[in-house]
Design a protein around this ligand. Structure first.
Ligand code: ZN
Length: 696
């Protein structure tokens, strides 16, 4: 592992934070160096600290421990990410025999320098009791690869030498801090302390020494592993056969969905990783035995559960795939429930059981599939799974994997303070759901996308016009993050293009919950002047396009087996057509009727189909409506109005004398998609009230 310390950069940090002690600025610098290495810490893992003497408000010198705050990531940490605590007081806690998690956090919070600080790390007391000024702690892949082996001590000494301390796994908190301090006091010259099945602590009187030692130890462990791997015989690879992602992913996603006690359905986002190394690793004859063991470090259990689900789906047809996924999931849940029952009974504790669903599935021939209630959660789980597979593979020549006992895993997974957070944050109504909006390059799509994103859904926007699509997607991504919005170039009139687009969507997130056929074009001409070509083109997009996407989505809905929602952006024209608008009105009426047929045919699969009839929406946040770009000039000419006058005309003609915005259509889509009423086959006008267009 490369040592990234650079004296000039270090001094630049001291200069950049003139209002904090220079040691803290250097602490920020080397923490970020650690955080920059995925092989050291992943997604908020690891922690660092520094001890400084400051002058407090009443002019006294006071020793302060600055330690990483919970919720901060070492890679981007800043001085405010290090809550300062009264070090002298913390050290007195060594006299205490028993300290509950809640009391420990209370002690931290009541001895903070700044009442507004985030909670200090749960490993704060370890940092407080060790004497050195700088302490670095990571869950380095190479180190846990060595510790999680039957002969861990032999390997650790062979890799790192004898000047190290080794402790068995102990839960973070007072007992771990005591054990660490006692070990150090017995062996004051050691370079580092290794915690089995957890990670490594290095230390020093200055920032550079603690960091150098971390990189040195990890590099030695890496070199040792590389040497052992080079000497091992290469594993044969068996061809697992073909797996159809388009079939297995929606089935798996449906199987992972469950209904909470409250009656609320939870659905997850899937994240698929399938590079050559992963596929080769999963194709080894010993792959199952190598990779289904427990986590590398207990931190990961919150993200990935202890065990992945092993799923063999290669060469199976759809019915067999369904049976394999459902029996695999049933077995997994049974084992998880058993583990929960055994541990709560053995420990004589009452805990709120978390869901029993796996977060990682390993599928030979397909790759790693991670699941999470949000896309971020799924991505974090996938990153951890990739590191875990690489570490278990590298450690294979060292002898059998030794996972952490279930009693310790339970303590981490059901840690009291995590339990206290349960049920407090109410998930957004569409969290975990995926939506596809066609006609994604227009004003209405922007409103629909915005409201779906606000409600927590992940949104795919499709259009045939890349430029317009990118404008809308960038606009939405600015507010909601690029992780949640994906552009998908797609011609809705082509069966093949729709098929390919939906396959891409399934590979990206596992399935679909909400389909919004919204693509539409207009053409202004009286029937006498309407050309066949123009009529066909409008029919093709507005009617055939709706048919194609609905037809394409049906297999996904069926494979998932958890219902779904189709919301068609219809038109007030369906009930109140206009002269010179034959192609548009007829095509929209056709699509509207298709929606009613879909409601009839898809109810048995729990899929609801509803229509929204909106009146004129001209633009949204600088994005124009493609339809009104065509229709507007003619309407203005025929009524002798300017653009503002036209908007006013449409406002004045409805009962509520109101302007209809794209967000209003978005709200209607979210209403249907969040299944607040048992409604299908219905039409909701979003038009300010136009009597001629009342649904009937
Ligand atoms: Zn740790």
């Amino acid at each position: 592992m490369k040592n990234r310390y650079d004296e000039k950069e270090a001094q630049a940090f001291v200069g950049a934070y003139p209002n904090c002690p220079p040691e803290l600025a250097l602490r920020v610098y080397t923490s970020r160096l650690l955080g920059a290495e995925d092989d050291l810490v992943l997604h908020g893992g690891g922690n660092t600290s520094v001890k400084c003497t400051i002058t407090n408000l009443v002019g006294e010198a006071q020793d302060i421990l600055y330690i990483k705050g919970s919720g901060w990531d070492l890679g981007v940490i800043a001085p405010q990410g290090f809550p300062g605590l009264d070090l002298a007081y913390l050290r007195k806690l060594r006299q205490v025999r028993d300290l509950s998690d809640a009391e420990m956090v209370n002690q931290f919070r009541t001895h903070l320098q700044d009442a507004g600080s985030p909670n200090p790390s749960i490993e704060t007391l370890v940092h407080a009791f060790l004497p050195q000024r700088f302490i670095d702690h990571t869950h380095a892949d190479a180190i846990v690869t060595l510790t999680n082996r039957e002969e861990a001590e032999k390997h650790l000494h062979a890799a790192l030498g004898d000047n190290i301390g080794i402790l068995p796994f102990i839960m973070p908190g007072l007992p771990l801090a005591m054990a660490m301090a006692e070990l150090y006091e017995r062996n004051p010259g050691i370079d580092c302390i290794i915690l089995k099945n957890h990670g490594i602590f290095t230390f020093g009187e200055d920032a550079k020494t603690a960091y150098d030692r971390m990189i040195e130890c990890v590099s030695r462990a890496e070199a040792y592993l590389a040497k052992r791997a080079a000497g091992a015989t290469a594993s044969p690879v068996v061809d697992p056969g073909v797996v159809q992602p388009a079939v297995v992913l929606p089935i798996l996603r449906g199987g992972l969905s469950f209904v909470e006690e409250s009656g609320r359905r939870r659905t997850m986002q899937l994240e698929v990783r399938r590079n050559q190394e992963l596929l080769a690793a999963l194709a080894r004859p010993d792959a199952k035995e190598l990779f289904v063991g427990g986590v590398l470090t207990p931190d990961h259990v919150i993200r990935t559960k202890n065990y992945p689900l092993w799923l063999e789906a290669a060469g199976l047809d759809e019915e067999e795939t369904k049976a394999a996924v459902h029996s695999g999931l049933a077995r997994y849940q049974e084992e998880y429930d058993q583990y929960f029952a055994t541990q709560t009974e053995a420990k004589k504790v009452a805990r709120t059981k978390l869901d029993s669903m796996p977060r990682i599935a390993l599928l030979p021939g397909l790759g790693v599939v991670a699941a999470g209630f949000t896309r971020k959660d799924a991505m974090i789980a996938a990153d951890i799974a990739e590191h875990t597979i690489a570490a278990k593979l590298l450690g294979a020549p060292l002898g059998p994997y030794r996972e952490l006992g279930q009693a310790s895993i339970f303590d981490m997974e059901y840690w009291g303070l995590e339990q206290a957070k349960l049920g407090k944050a109410k998930p957004k109504p569409l969290e975990g759901r995926t939506a596809l909006v066609t006609g994604g390059g227009g004003a209405i799509a922007m409103g629909i996308g915005r409201k779906l994103l606000e409600a927590g859904a992940r949104v795919f926007m499709t259009d045939i016009n890349q430029e317009r699509l990118e404008v809308v997607c960038h606009n939405l991504a600015d507010t909601f993050g690029s992780r949640m919005v994906s552009p998908l170039l797609m011609d809705v009139t082509s069966e093949e293009a729709v098929q390919l687009g939906l396959e891409q969507l399934v590979l990206d997130c596992g399935g679909l919950d909400i389909l919004v056929p919204n693509a539409g074009i207009a053409h202004v001409a009286k029937l006498a002047e309407l050309s066949e070509a123009a009529f066909r083109q409008v029919m093709d997009v507005n009617c055939m396009g709706v048919f194609q996407v609905i037809k394409g989505a049906i297999p996904i809905f069926k494979r998932q087996g958890i219902g779904g929602s189709i919301v068609i952006n219809s038109s007030k024209n369906v009930f109140a057509p206009g002269a010179s608008f034959g192609a548009y009105s007829a095509s929209k009426a056709g699509a509207h009727q298709l929606g009613k047929i879909a409601a009839l045919e898809l109810a048995e699969f729990g899929v609801r189909v509803n229509m929204i009839n909106a009146d004129a929406i001209f633009d949204d946040g600088g994005v124009s409506s493609g339809l009104w770009d065509v229709v507007g000039p003619e309407r203005m000419r025929s009524r002798n109005l300017d653009p503002e006058g036209l908007k006013d005309y449409y406002r004045q003609r409805n009962l509520l004398k109101t302007t209809v915005h794209a967000d209003h259509v978005g709200n209607a889509v979210v209403f249907f998609a969040s299944e607040q009423t048992p409604t299908t086959g219905a039409t909701l006008p979003v038009d300010g009230g136009i009597m001629a267009a009342f649904p009937r």
